[in-house]
Structures are given as structure tokens and as C-alpha cells.
Design a protein around this ligand. Structure first.
Ligand SMILES: [Zn+2]
Ligand SMILES: [Zn+2]
Length: 304
């Protein structure tokens, strides 16, 4: 039992810690090796958040009144397709991501990341660091994703992720192992770069960042744009409406979380033209329906 975790890593007494901090300390004290404890909790967290976030979207597929929020309503992903995707994602998690997760602790501690330290950092510190990681990952992803659309990179690596032209939540991490490695670097590279420069980062912040990044990735692949989706409140947030177009058209919209890189580089022009066309069609249909009801009601008046 590693009681050093408790004795050496903080000056606050155990009783003064909040519930999560106590659980954190108790958890790490269960293990002889901190690296094993870190890998297990990281992997379990990843599985719970990834599959847990997919569940509401799977349920939504069975609720008819939600069909109107589907971005590509004509394309239905059958249970069989989702099952094949699930098996592939699980295989990748165990064979690809799990070994990488085991490699995380030695690198993180080498750069000075706080692992067992309690109390946790101030919530404002966590917030600005997570916001920074979002910006860093989005930038990394934009450029490497664009590169993955280039000739052989697309053919041999990225094509697998594009098998689903109408994506669904589970497909977020459906990708070639090399793509998992390349784009995963964008997710974990930001925190590692940050801690290597500042030596100011706690593992809990990394876990919060990864959980939110998973939420973002699954939302972006969900195939749903709800009136309460984040992009309606944050105009620069990409959301499913943005990434779904990328899967449908195979062009434009290369970023993950934000819209600014595609805007700056002009890689959203086709997307914008498409959305404009769809809006015009919807407006015309509305106008035609309104005219139809007006002429129908004037016909009734005439008859009266
Ligand atoms: Zn792509
Ligand atoms: Zn995608």
C-alpha cells in the first residue's frame, strides 16, 4: 500500500479534502505502482465516457419525434452496421489505445505532471487549461486532418474513417490505427507540451479535458443537430452540423471543435453553399405551404 501518496503529496489534512479528492487518494493508495493505477483509471474513464455518451444517441434513433433533427434523414445506419463499428472500435481500444495509455504515465511524470497530488488545482486553473487544450487540439487536428485527405494518406489511412458517409456516435473513433495514433497525438500532445513548459498540470485536468474532447467527438459524429446543440449558443463551435457535412461530402470542414480554421483557410465555402441551398429550399417549401393554405382558405371563403 502506497501511503506516501497521502503523506507526501499535500499539506491539507485528509478530512479537509472534498469527496472526489478523498476518492482519488484512496484509489491511488490501492496500488503499489502509480503507473498501473493511472493506466487503469484512464482506460476505464475512456470506455465509460465514450460508450456512455453514445447511448443517448442510440436511444434517439428509436424516438420518431427526433428524426426531424437528423442531418441526413434519408440515410439510416442499421443495427448491423453499428455492431460492426462497435467491434472494430473495441478492438482498437484494447489493442491500440490501451498500450498507448500505459505509455502515458512515464512521459507525463517525466515532464512533471501532478498525478496523486491533492487538493486538486483551482477550478479556474482547470478551466483555462482545458480551454487552451481545445484550441491546441483543434489547430493540430485541422492541419493533420487536411494532410490525411492527401492522396496516399487518404487511400491507406483516412479512408476507413470515411466509410460512414452518414456518421453516428460510435463511429467517432472508427479509424485506422495510424490515424488513431496521429490524431490522438493532437489530444494528448497539447497537455504534454504544456506541462513540459510550465510544469503546472494535474492529471485530473487531463482527465476532464479528455472527457470533454470525447463528448465533442461523439457529438460531432452523432448525425443530430438539436435546437439545444452547443453550436446554436456558441457560433464558432463546429458541432455535428459542421463535421457531418465533411463525412457526407468528403471535402471541407476539417477542424474538430471550432470553425475558425476552416473559415480562415476558405475550406468551408462548399459547406456554406450547401447549407445556403438547403435553407433556400426549406424557405421555398414553407412559402409554398403557406401559399397553399392561403389559397385553400380563400377558396373556402369564396364557396361561402
Ligand atoms: Zn476526413
Ligand atoms: Zn469524422
Amino acid at each position: 500500500m502506497n501511503n506516501n501518496t497521502l503523506e507526501n503529496s499535500f499539506s491539507t489534512s485528509y478530512e479537509e479534502l472534498n469527496f472526489i479528492e478523498k476518492a482519488w487518494t484512496d484509489y491511488f493508495n490501492l496500488f503499489e505502482k502509480e503507473a498501473i493505477a493511472t493506466a487503469i483509471i484512464a482506460f476505464v474513464l475512456h470506455e465509460i465516457v465514450y460508450f456512455g455518451r453514445c447511448v443517448p444517441f442510440i436511444i434517439a434513433d428509436y424516438i420518431p419525434s427526433f428524426a426531424k433533427y437528423k442531418l441526413q434523414p434519408a440515410k439510416v445506419n442499421m443495427a448491423k452496421e453499428q455492431w460492426i463499428c462497435l467491434k472494430s472500435v473495441l478492438t482498437s481500444h484494447f489493442l491500440m489505445e490501451l498500450p498507448l495509455i500505459f505509455g502515458f504515465h512515464p512521459i507525463a511524470t517525466f515532464f512533471g505532471m501532478d498525478i496523486t497530488t491533492v487538493p486538486f488545482p483551482h477550478w479556474q486553473t482547470i478551466c483555462y487549461q482545458v480551454a487552451l487544450f481545445f484550441v491546441m487540439e483543434d489547430t493540430f487536428h485541422y492541419w493533420f486532418h487536411r494532410l490525411l485527405h492527401y492522396g496516399p494518406f487518404y487511400k491507406y489511412i483516412h479512408k476507413q474513417h470515411h466509410e460512414y458517409s452518414a456518421p453516428f456516435g460510435l463511429a467517432a473513433e472508427y479509424a485506422h490505427p495510424l490515424e488513431v495514433l496521429i490524431l490522438g497525438t493532437g489530444t494528448i500532445g497539447g497537455p504534454l507540451l504544456w506541462v513540459s513548459i510550465t510544469h503546472n498540470l494535474h492529471l485530473i485536468t487531463v482527465f476532464i479535458w479528455i472527457s470533454l474532447r470525447l463528448f465533442q467527438a461523439i457529438d460531432a459524429h452523432s448525425g443530430y443537430d438539436f435546437p439545444w446543440s452547443l453550436r446554436h449558443f456558441l457560433p464558432f463551435w463546429a458541432g455535428a452540423e459542421h463535421h457531418d457535412y465533411h463525412h457526407m461530402a468528403f471535402v471541407n470542414c476539417f477542424s474538430t471543435s471550432f470553425r475558425w480554421w476552416d473559415y480562415l483557410m476558405g475550406t468551408d465555402l462548399k459547406y456554406k453553399a450547401y447549407r445556403q441551398k438547403r435553407q433556400t429550399q426549406a424557405d421555398e417549401l414553407k412559402a409554398a405551404a403557406a401559399n397553399g393554405s392561403t389559397s385553400a382558405s380563400s377558396d373556402i371563403k369564396k364557396t361561402n
